[in-house]
Ligand binder design. Sequence first.
Ligand code: WT7
Length: 631
Amino acid sequence: MLTKIENLSEYFLAYEKSVANPETFWGRVANQFFWRKKWDKVVDYNFEKADVKWFENAKLNITENILERYLYTLGDKPAIIWEPNDPKEKGITLTYKQLFEKVCEFSNVLKKNGIEKGDRVIIYMPMIPEAAIAMLACARVGAVHSVVFAGFSSSALADRVNDCEAKMVLTSDGNFRGAKSIPVKEVVDEALEKCTTIEKVIVAQRTKTEVTMKAGRDLWWHEETAKVDTQHKAEEMDSEDMLFILYTSGSTGKPKGVVHTTGGYMVYTQYSFQNVFQYNSDDVYWCTADVGWITGHSYIVYGPLLSGATTIMFEGVPTYPDAGRFWEICDKYKVNQFYTAPTAIRALQAFGLDPVTPYKLDSLKVLGTVGEPINEEAWHWYHDHIGKGKCPIVDTWWQTETGGIMISPLAGLTPTKPAYATLPLPGIRPIIVDAEGKELKGNGVQGNLCINFPWPSMIRTTYGDHQRCIDTYFSTYKGMYFTGDGVKRDEDGYYRILGRVDDVINVSGHRMGTAEVENAINEHPLVVESAVVGYPHEIKGQGIYAYVICDTEGRTEASLKDEIKATVNKIIGPIAKPDKIQIVPGLPKTRSGKIMRRILRKVAENDTSSLGDTSTLLNPEVVDEIIKGAQ
Ligand code: WT7
């Protein structure tokens, strides 16, 4: 195994070293990978310009660190275990050797169909092995993948294709999810009506539903792979060459393309994976995320495979055919590390213990959570009933932009505390600041979370708009990366993430910009204006509450609300559909015309006792009306 921390004092030592001499520290970690040429300098950075370079001038291919690397030592070990949506269908296991062949084969398909180093390829696929193969094949030929979660609508997909001027889309005919079958290819066809840069679409067969194949553009995955061989020499990449773009929501405007590069991302995802989860060579690891999110990139595909781990990919949903499915899979494959989102835990907790008791769950050693703050009740349920009181919980805090886990216990080494992400990983330097950017030193403080030194897997730019990267992350506080999260450091120096301090809400672990949802609502022809806020939701963590001013034109409120939901569904996708819509006569505005969201948040939280000062409002009378009509 590569640099693995084995006990708590080793962690503290590693942390100290990483701060005292980051170049030596990360140089040593990076030395354990295969580089075609080593770096001239470990790290170089200027946060004011959002200019960060790791392992400068080093040359490598990330897939050689998965495929060539483990071929002789772990060739017959399962790399990916795929579990289908329907438990009655047979799963697929790909060994490291088989994965090598499949990735090489598809790399040849990409090349044959005109993909060159630097080209952008969109992956819009369900959770099938081809999705991971596609990502790795892109990396192998030097193309930049951009995975778009297959639950996004055609219009959201088109926006992403156009933003990165992608040349190819990789997709499937359909997607089995629970009792549903979703027509994936149809969504792609609709999206591409609004795109001009796509030359080829390659379609993997999954549901065998009928699809239209556009001549000259659309090709079948199985037909293309049948035409090529399984040998492929990986492209040589620079450490700072783009590996992928992943779109994520922010507090303003359209989703931005977060760019990650090759060398640093490789080093950090592997390092964090093996240390946080304390992976041992024969363990079976399962992360329930979708590859459409960063968690799937870093901790289903890259981190585990770079570590020579066995990683499970699950196509389905936690409640199909029943709410015991996760636990059934844990027993079936003897899962050792299980990583999921608090929203899934809360949803399953609501079914009680009946779906849990039929399963032994005795292979589990480590439980993980990610994506949103975990409430203490869910933490205890997870700990007691799934981990049977013997599995440490790693509450991992990180972001699409951080590429890897930043603050988290190391399983079994760091003493845990419910709802605390605990301590930073080696190399990560959190700093808490007040609204003015003044550092809040010592313990027992609360403020905004920043990171004041680069780490290898950090965001490099926002695709096509570097200024936006500077403005979003490096301008709020000079010389620091601002996370957008509020945080508390307690008397023990442990970190507890308190949630977003910007106009971003976290719905079932999915990040949504309130402005983005408002823009979608405003597309409805009768909507005049809208304001979206989050409110506490028992299962989802936060729900979406929309205040909407609109002409009713004879429609009932109920049908209008349905139409608005349908509009959001069409423009973004089901994950952005408001949970509550309130039709209002006006929105509370300041004299300068800004919506006073603080008031709307309070009403949505059903906490109108302390609305604060409303005297500066242009239209204070509207507040009473809003309270009266609250949902
Ligand atoms: C935001 C990032 C990181 C992969 C999934 C989400 C919230 C994430 C935690 C945690 C409390 C958390 C933060 C963060 N978040 N993990 N363990 N405890 N909050 O990635 O979509 O980029 O969202 O998720 O608010 O900023 P993302």
